[in-house]
Design a protein around this ligand. Structure first.
Ligand code: GLC
Length: 413
């Protein structure tokens, strides 16, 4: 047979096979190593499930941008994407568009997941997403530089400011980098300062309590880091996670606030700080009764689009990606914390990420953001006004007054 005939036959065979295979589309993040790691996992999944093909749909890095895309897809009633990675704060907003996963996870199985994540994923009694990985804000620091100047890792923001000032001036590098752009990441950072000074934005009853000296002090601390103490560059007001990681990984900063995914990258082949990095809880505030170390609870969930035409295949994929084996693989290779408690008993993941063990209380006690179907609007009020204060468009008092008024209007208080 001629080569060209063989080729045509081969192409027909591929097309016939493809039309028999079920294709599901899954949204995917590309922060750090997560996309490459997911691609590897999908290869394994497709091998184990020859009738299913998974097409990954890369998402922008900003959680806020992803949210806006999902609003478009889901409100248009589209059948794809079939599987959605969802930020821990979104289940209430998207609950009506997602499949109830309760039939697919036994009560016993659910006990293995972080209780805070299960709470976040349960809305009106339904499990609308399955926890995939957990995040908590962490303080990364340069062990070598702190040692050189005789410092211990800072316990308070004041200590951090002092150490960052001394070291950054002597070394000619930045003191402290964090996420100050106007997006969801800034809400996460801001809430850590607010909580660390013993403040709150909403109380347990959902009432707006942001007009407090603790909240003002929290925001003042962030502003002062840029303009008064000059430990953070004005550029932080445009940084998201990856910008801060690149600076720190390049050896250009003493301290960084970021999530666990940075660890394998900071210690990777092409990192200038491999072996020189330590991880500690974020510092606490001073001067108020309720000061404490606080980390914002982050993390991503997997949900299924109610309009998907391939729900059974989508369930298979979610069960696979949240299996103990795959969570361990992801933790070791992408540095993303397992959402299953039992996976932390696997010595290989502790070896790869030793701080999972030493910072266990940070992950266990990470503080959630408000749970509300209109969370996106609440957060927008926070990050917009906080960013305006960080860029000197508003004073701290003006920003806090605006936050308070806008939240009260939004929530009808
Ligand atoms: C991380 C967290 C997520 C948070 C986001 C903010 O992806 O897991 O919960 O909203 O960062 O940038």
């Amino acid at each position: 047979m001629k080569k060209s005939v063989l080729l045509v036959l081969a192409m027909i065979a591929v097309l016939v096979f493809a039309s028999f295979a079920t294709t599901i589309v899954m949204t995917a993040g590309a922060v750090g190593r997560e996309y490459q790691v997911l691609q590897q996992q999908i290869k394994v999944f497709e091998k184990e499930n020859p009738g299913i093909k998974v097409v990954l749909m890369p998402m922008p890095n900003s959680s806020t941008d992803r949210y806006n895309l999902y609003v478009t897809y889901l409100s248009a009633g589209m059948p794809q994407p079939d599987v959605l990675m969802l930020d821990v704060i979104w289940p209430p907003a998207f609950a009506n568009f997602l499949v109830n996963l309760n039939p697919y996870f036994s009560k016993d199985e659910l006990k293995d997941f972080f209780p805070g994540a299960i709470r976040a994923d349960t809305y009106n009694g339904k499990l609308v997403a399955a926890p995939w990985f957990i995040d908590a804000g962490l303080l990364y620091y340069r062990k070598d530089l702190l040692k050189k100047y005789g410092f211990e890792p800072p316990k308070t923001w004041d200590e951090l400011i002092h150490e960052a000032q001394v070291i950054s001036q002597k070394e000619g590098i930045k003191g402290f980098v964090w996420q100050g752009a106007a997006y969801e990441g800034l809400t996460c950072d801001f809430m850590e300062y607010v909580h660390s000074y013993g403040g709150a934005i909403l109380n347990d009853k959902g009432q707006v309590v942001s007009d407090s000296p603790m909240v003002k002090k929290a925001l003042q601390t962030m502003v002062d880091m840029i303009y008064k103490y000059k430990i953070s560059p004005v550029g932080v007001t445009t940084y998201m996670e990856e910008e801060t990681r690149h600076i720190f990984q390049n050896g250009d900063a003493v301290f960084m606030r970021n999530w666990p995914y940075c660890w394998p990258l900071l210690n990777g082949k092409d990192s200038k700080v491999a072996g020189k990095v330590g991880v500690e809880p974020l510092p606490e505030g001073t001067g108020f009764a309720g000061v404490h170390h606080s980390a914002t609870l982050g993390g991503w969930q997997l949900g299924i689009n109610k309009n998907s035409e391939h729900i059974a295949a989508a369930v298979k994929l979610i069960k696979f990606l949240t299996s103990p084996q795959q969570e361990a693989y992801k933790a070791i290779n992408a540095g993303q914390n397992p959402s299953r408690l039992s996976v932390y008993n696997n010595p290989a993941i502790i070896k790869a990420n030793p701080f999972y063990k030493s910072l266990w209380p940070v992950f266990k006690n990470a503080e959630p953001r408000p749970k509300s179907p209109i969370y996106a609007q609440i957060s927008e009020i926070l990050y917009t006004n906080v960013n305006a204060a960080l860029t000197k468009q508003l004073t701290v008092d003006q920003a806090v007054a605006k936050i308070t008024k806008q939240l009260k209007d939004l929530l009808g208080q």
